[in-house]
Ligand binder design. Structure first.
Ligand SMILES: Nc1ncnc2c1ncn2[C@@H]1O[C@H](COP(=O)(O)OP(=O)(O)OP(=O)(O)O)[C@@H](O)[C@H]1O
Ligand SMILES: [Mg+2]
Length: 434
């Protein structure tokens, strides 16, 4: 039965996982978007027989069960890029990535409306502080594209808020005293930081712009760490360190693409397959690169990426782990350990450190002024990342928030502020504040 309560929502469309929270009758609730889960992997599977796409864990399951069709993940990473306008063959048709993402957001909307029991017209979408590094034009294009996608999915009123500001609102939601919080939201695709004055009295203000001292972000996230781990631990077994007959290095792109979530599905074009065969013919020891071609032909790219990602996740709790790829390449087992992983991701750790310093500098405060470091985003679980974040603030306590739901919940709090119940209070501006 339809309920008549005023209902608005916040959507955290993530590189790896998405969440939705709604506000109805003044109450903020996370939506069970896939069965009982409040998170859904941002994954889409188009069955080869042309039937309707499936999403989330179900999409990953269809792929791992080797149902014919195509899996796509990490599509947020291509917002703003040229790839967005390209069409790709899925489910027996050529579709644009844009229309594929409309399907994903429409799925989230339908799940949310079924849970709420009412249509929902207004959404506050999360966005990273920068979709791409150092390019404001592409950045604006990515946000505009995401707004188009949300409207095409059926939302009438679409606005944005920075993901780390949403996390700050979540943290503030239950806070009993004033704090100066450093928010670190490091997810699958981006690392986003904000420094915000939060507190019980500030919470009810309509204009928070003075409380937001700085926001910044870079395109470093868990998928970059997966890429680096794959390049160091797995790709050498597929030929990345092999030589040509004349002693040159093999080109890097086949390995980088296979190690990069959002590029895996771009490899198996017929043009690329011809190039790969030429590379094979030119190899000094073709045996190793033959494995690469076998992986592409067997559509095992996402399987390898998933095993590498799992190894990375396991390394958050263990010192060393096995990566068993026997089912994708006969006899291939490899090992990785935490020191090796930390070495492989050193450039990313340095970039994170620099970005934290830049955020602090922009806020006009020193690290010693920060009272709490609030960690969210799945990549905050990587010990080297966590140590880096906490080590930079001498006087702060560290709070590990709900790594996967803080942003979505905070976006709904923002939606409540921007779209108050009719008759309750004035509507405020829907622009992202930085
Ligand atoms: N225990 C863990 N240790 C290390 N990494 C982890 C762990 N759990 C999850 N991750 C990583 O966290 C990332 C996903 O985090 P999250 O769901 O916060 O990202 P997202 O919100 O989808 O991405 P973004 O906000 O960057 O668009 C993945 O790269 C995943 O491998
Ligand atoms: Mg996120």
């Amino acid at each position: 039965m339809q309920n008549t309560l005023h209902t608005v929502c916040g959507i955290d469309f993530g590189t790896s996982n998405s969440t939705v929270a709604i506000v109805r009758g003044g109450e903020t609730t996370l939506v069970p978007v896939e069965e009982a889960h409040t998170t859904i992997p941002s994954a889409i599977f188009y069955p080869g027989n042309g039937s309707l796409p499936v999403y989330g864990r179900q999409a990953i399951h269809a792929y791992t069960e080797r149902e014919p069709g195509r899996l796509m993940r990490s599509l947020k990473s291509i917002l703003g890029s040229e790839l967005m306008a390209e069409k790709t063959a899925v489910g027996g048709q050529y579709r644009s990535f844009e229309s594929i993402l409309v399907g994903f957001l429409a799925h989230l909307k339908a799940k949310t409306e079924a849970f709420a029991g009412t249509p929902i017209e207004a959404v506050v979408m999360g966005r990273p502080v920068h979709f791409v590094d150092d390019n404001d034009v592409v950045d604006a294009r990515a946000e505009a594209k995401l707004a188009d996608i949300a409207r095409a999915a059926g939302f009438k009123t679409v606005s944005f808020q920075f993901e780390p500001i949403a996390a700050a609102l979540s943290f503030e939601h239950t806070l009993a005293r004033d704090e100066l919080v450093f928010i670190s939201d490091i997810g699958g695709g981006t690392a986003d930081f904000s420094i915000v004055a939060v507190g019980p009295e500030r919470r009810s203000r309509t204009d928070r712009s003075k409380d937001i001292l700085a926001s910044d972000g870079i395109r470093v996230g868990g998928t970059n760490l997966d890429m680096k781990l794959s390049m160091s631990a797995v790709m050498p077994h597929l030929g990345s360190r092999s030589k040509t007959k004349t002693g040159l290095d093999l080109p890097r792109w086949p390995f980088v693409d296979l190690a990069t979530w959002h590029r895996i599905h771009t490899i198996a074009t017929s043009k690329n397959m011809n190039t790969l065969k030429q590379i094979l013919a030119d190899c000094a020891e073709p045996g190793v690169f033959e494995r690469y071609i076998e992986v592409i032909r067997g559509q095992n790219g996402h399987l390898i990426a998933a095993r590498v990602e799992q190894a990375k996740i396991d390394l958050s709790a263990k010192d060393s782990v096995d990566i068993d790829l026997n089912d994708t390449m006969r006899g291939l087992q490899t090992k990785t350990d935490r020191p090796g992983f930390e070495q492989a991701i050193d450039a990313e750790l340095q970039r994170l450190k620099k970005a934290v310093s830049a955020t602090l500098a922009a806020s006009g405060r020193s690290g010693a002024d920060i009272t709490t470091v609030f960690l969210t985003g799945g990549t905050s679980a990587v010990p080297a990342v966590k140590n880096l974040m906490t080590g930079l603030f001498a006087n702060a306590r560290t709070i590990e928030g709900d790594l996967f739901n803080s942003v979505g919940f905070g976006l709904a709090l923002e939606a409540k502020r921007r779209h108050p119940e009719p008759g309750k209070s004035k509507k405020v501006s829907g622009k992202a504040k930085g």
